[in-house]
Design a binder for this molecule. Structure first.
Ligand code: GAL
Length: 491
């Protein structure tokens, strides 16, 4: 395993800094092509249809920009379905706003207007032969639940289970592909750790581990509910979407190779190990390091919570597929953090940075590293016993938002080609979703970072959408289900 890991890393390091030749060939039969969005980023209609306040509505109260109107997909969803149809994809990944179903997060009865909105969207998709892929939680927690502690309150596992039940009951006759949580790492780390995302709580290395623990418990509850009460009759699949960048050791010294492995265990293994590994628990390296540091820091017990035996049983195997949002690689070096600094990043004892030779994008955290896609897919394959993988997000931002988006053309060509190479290596990749259908509210970057295959003119009240050049490349790959020599624009 170690030898395979090293050779994968070396392959990435040696070939990663220049264009590799494109691989030609097809994706496996039945490969799923889609585009992705999320409710708060596109819907708008923030106080319409009986919707309650979410933590993002509250978090952005004093900001210059927010998701109150966003792309107004709440009203323009039919137009958006046509954009999806025109891309030739077969699947659309969107999220349900919890606050449209239960305005206060919980309740005896659902909000019928919210149900109606998603029924209309789902029916419109089905009429156009597009399969809905539904994320239950893409970061917009009901504010009423945050007032009771949000993801820090252990009861949230049951609140989430009941919300999931309402979605399965109302939409499960037509939705056959469910994602419980989007990127629990970001929810825990940025929402309850660093505090730069809603709800803005600072508690890195402490509360973020509790939030993560409850996210995992909630995921398992929703998965088991579907398995027990809905799967036989409705026949769908359900899983989780994780995220992590790919760590590239600074050189091939053992401490740096170990640091890279440790880094991915802390970022991805944190959530993947309890679900996809044999022991159904956090990675051993996390348990050891955090326990050791906690003791030195004077804590009575480890800052990393422990699962009960029952929770381990519920978590183990609780995903029909490995959903992964993949964006970037980064360099990693071994680094001994100061014992006085308490944070998830310090717990890793690594130092991460971007290679200055990589292309930059519209987002400071995002560099163009297509080779890293192949590496992480192979790592997931090897580490978790070859699971079915869906890339549930991949895409790039620019600041200009212009239609002749050559950077995005380069991105999709090279990243998707590395997905193809990973399938040739034997990774069981089942599908790919581009992020995003259109420019939208990019969280704390507002509307300044544009990830869309379509532009949206946010200064025009009609919010017109227009296809960017990258739609042609993306559609050509989708239509061919792969890379056919001579058919790829800008070859
Ligand atoms: C993901 C997230 C999306 C989108 C994207 C681009 O982490 O799930 O909502 O914002 O990043 O930054």
């Amino acid at each position: 395993m170690r030898i395979l890991f090293i050779s994968l890393v070396l392959a990435a390091t040696v070939f990663g800094y220049e264009d590799e030749p494109l691989a030609y060939g097809n994706f496996p039969d039945g490969f799923v092509w889609g585009v992705a969005t999320s409710a708060y980023q596109i819907e708008g209609g923030w106080d319409e249809g009986g919707k309650g306040l979410s933590i993002w509505d509250v978090f952005t109260t004093d900001w210059d920009s927010n998701g109150k109107v966003a792309c107004d997909s709440y009203h323009k969803y039919k137009e958006d379905v046509q954009l999806i149809v025109n891309l030739n994809v077969t699947h659309y990944r969107f999220s349900i706003a919890w606050t449209r179903i239960f305005p206060d997060g919980v309740g005896e009865t659902v909000n019928e207007e919210g149900i109606l909105y998603y029924n209309n969207l789902i029916d419109e998709l089905k009429r156009n032969n597009i399969e809905p892929v539904v994320t239950l939680y893409h970061w917009d927690l009901p504010h009423a639940l945050e007032e009771q502690g949000g993801w820090l309150n252990a009861d949230i596992a049951v609140w989430f289970e009941e919300y999931a039940r309402a979605c399965f009951v109302n939409f499960g006759d037509r939705v056959k592909f469910w994602i419980t949580l989007n990127e629990p790492y970001v929810v825990a780390h940025l929402g309850y750790g660093i505090g730069i995302f809603a709800p803005g709580i600072s508690g890195s290395g402490t509360s973020e581990y509790i939030a993560a623990h409850n996210l995992l418990r909630a995921h398992a509850k929703a998965y088991r509910l579907y398995e027990r009460e809905f799967k036989n009759q409705q026949g769908g699949i359900i899983g989780i979407t994780l995220d992590a960048g790919w760590p590239i050791p600074e050189d091939d010294s053992q401490p740096n190779i170990d640091a890279a492995e440790r880094n991915i265990q802390f970022d991805l293994g944190w959530f993947a190990n309890p679900i996809f590994s044999e022991n159904g628990d956090y990675p051993q390296i996390m348990k050891e390091k955090i326990a050791e540091k906690s003791q030195l820091q004077g804590y009575e017990k480890s800052r990393l919570p422990e699962f009960t035996q029952q929770e381990i049983i519920e978590l183990k195997g609780s995903s029909d597929f490995f959903g992964h949002n993949f964006y970037r690689g980064f360099m990693v070096a071994d680094f001994q953090s100061d014992i006085g600094s308490i944070s998830q990043d310090a717990d890793k004892d690594t130092f991460v940075y971007a290679d200055p030779t990589w292309y930059t994008t519209g987002s400071s955290w995002l560099n163009v590293t297509p080779f890293a896609m192949r590496s992480i897919l192979n790592w997931i394959k090897t580490t978790y016993n070859n699971p079915k993988i869906y890339i549930t997000e991949n895409g790039v931002s620019d600041k200009a938002g212009n239609l002749d988006d050559f950077g995005r053309v380069y991105w999709y060509k090279h990243y998707i080609n590395n997905v193809l190479k990973a399938t040739m290596d034997g990774a069981d990749v089942k599908g790919y979703f581009a992020w995003s259908l259109m420019d939208n509210f990019e969280w704390n970057a507002g509307y300044t970072e544009k990830f869309g295959l379509h532009s949206v003119n946010f200064t025009d009240p009609a919010l017109p959408r227009r296809p960017k050049k990258s739609t042609e490349l993306f559609s050509a790959i989708v239509r061919s289900n792969g890379f056919i020599e001579g058919l790829i624009p800008c070859e």
